[in-house]
Design a protein around this ligand. Structure first.
Ligand code: ZN
Ligand code: ZN
Length: 426
């Protein structure tokens, strides 16, 4: 019997609590940096499994370490936070939770991104590995991070001294449940999730009565010209075939028809797969905005505030090849697909980047396969399949939870198992 088979022989006992645990998490979501109860439940489980547990890292982050003799050190990560989205799935365990967000607003909260799946699966893998220490050796680190949705949790854990707390991992792994057929696993070498940047641009005009434009520098007109001008960065300045998305998600100025405002605020979002493309686009944004402000006679230069910055997720070739082969061998080739590049962003890579560790991040399908097949047949996947962050998004329980748990075990065992492929050395 292979060591993976030995470990998964007891998966039924793990599945038995996972379903209830998942439904509980789903019904009790917590916003970014407010994951206190989720963190408490995670720490409680890890303690019961026999892990060395560290809590309160980066506010609510939890790390469990299981030292099991000589061998590779592996880090597996799950994110814990939910979104300010009022759930509309109609599921019996749907969230009805409301909470106060960082801005003081009361918002509906739900696990619309499926992070409750990640927590449940990683805890399952943690139990399975702890229960079969004879089947592997090395050090297994499970990391539960806060606040992925505000791009702050991974960084907060790094800033809070994560590197001093854990042995340096040889490999880091993470998974995300996505709108693909349930239980399927999508892997890819190289850039897999885009870098994301949000930019708040403040434009300064000169206020006046609406009937006296000669006394004003109209920030509404200035902002409008900038909005149009910025459309040329991707279409005219970026090499065809290179990827960049630049969206102006908010354009606000003024309050009344007969008052010319004295400022305008633009909120931009940028997605890229390449560091050079990213810096060229950012330079172009600043150049054009500055020039338009000069052209309009703006009384003071514009201000640029960068926030919600997500790093590029760029999967290591060797680690990804090993994990893909392990998945194909365990699940069968039909269950493993090419994830492609997603325009979404993640803060996971902050962790391995800070630790100097190669990593891979894969997708776990969570959508009812029949629903998916129907939509695919009708050419209506984009219209009919709810995706992450939608108020209708919730994965089907199985095989999502089982495969997500197995995927974490199978990938870890590629480095920790007795039949392990050689550990990555850099
Ligand atoms: Zn999300
Ligand atoms: Zn997410």
């Amino acid at each position: 019997m292979s060591s993976i088979t030995t470990i998964l022989a007891s998966q039924q006992a793990t599945s038995a609590w996972q379903e209830d645990f998942y439904k509980h998490l789903h019904a009790h979501p917590e916003l970014s940096f407010q994951e206190a109860e989720t963190a408490r439940l995670v720490a409680e489980k890890l303690q019961a499994f026999g892990y060395e547990v560290h809590g309160g890292i980066g506010k609510t982050g939890v790390v469990g370490i299981l030292r099991n003799g000589a061998g590779a050190t592996l880090l597996a990560r799950a994110d814990m936070d939910a979104l300010p989205v009022t759930e509309a799935t109609g599921l019996p365990y749907a969230s009805t939770v409301q909470a106060t967000d960082a801005g003081g607003n009361t918002v509906g909260v739900s696990h619309a991104c499926g992070h409750d799946v990640h927590v449940t699966c990683l805890l399952g893998a943690a139990e399975l590995l702890a229960g079969h220490r004879d089947a592997w050796s090395g050090t297994y680190i499970v990391l539960f991070q806060p606040a992925e949705e505000v791009a702050g949790g991974a960084k907060a854990m790094v800033d809070d001294g994560l590197a001093r707390l854990i042995p340096k991992p040889d490999v880091a792994l993470a998974q995300h449940v996505l709108a693909f057929p349930a239980g399927r696993l999508g892997t890819r070498i190289g850039a897999v999730l885009s870098a994301g940047d949000s930019i708040h641009i403040t434009l300064h005009g000169k206020g006046a009565h609406g009937s006296m434009p000669q006394s004003s520098v109209d920030p509404v007109v200035l902002a409008a010209l900038i909005v149009v001008r910025l459309q040329t960065i991707v279409s005219r300045e970026t090499q065809p075939g290179e990827f960049g998305v630049l969206t102006i998600g908010s354009n606000r100025a003024g309050s009344k028809s007969n008052i010319i405002a004295d400022r305008a605020d633009l909120l931009l979002n940028l997605r890229t797969y390449d560091r050079n493309v990213r810096s060229r686009i950012i330079a172009a944004i600043e150049r054009m905005v500055n020039a338009e402000c000069v052209a309009s006679g703006s009384p003071q230069p514009p201000e640029f505030a960068y926030y919600d910055q997500y790093p590029l997720t760029e999967n290591d070739a060797e680690v990804t090849a090993v994990v893909t082969a392990a998945f194909q061998q365990h699940f069968g080739v039909d269950w493993v697909f090419d994830l492609g590049r997603l325009t979404a962003s993640e803060d996971f890579s902050h962790l391995p980047d800070a630790l100097g560790t190669p990593y891979t991040f894969w997708g776990l399908g969570g959508t009812d396969p029949e629903l998916y097949a129907q939509a695919a047949k009708a050419g209506r996947i984009a219209e009919d399949i709810p995706v992450n962050h939608s108020k209708y998004y919730a994965p089907v329980l199985e095989p999502t939870l089982d495969h997500g748990t197995q995927a974490m075990v199978v990938a870890a065992m590629a480095w920790l198992g007795h039949e392990a492929l050689k550990p990555v050395s850099r």
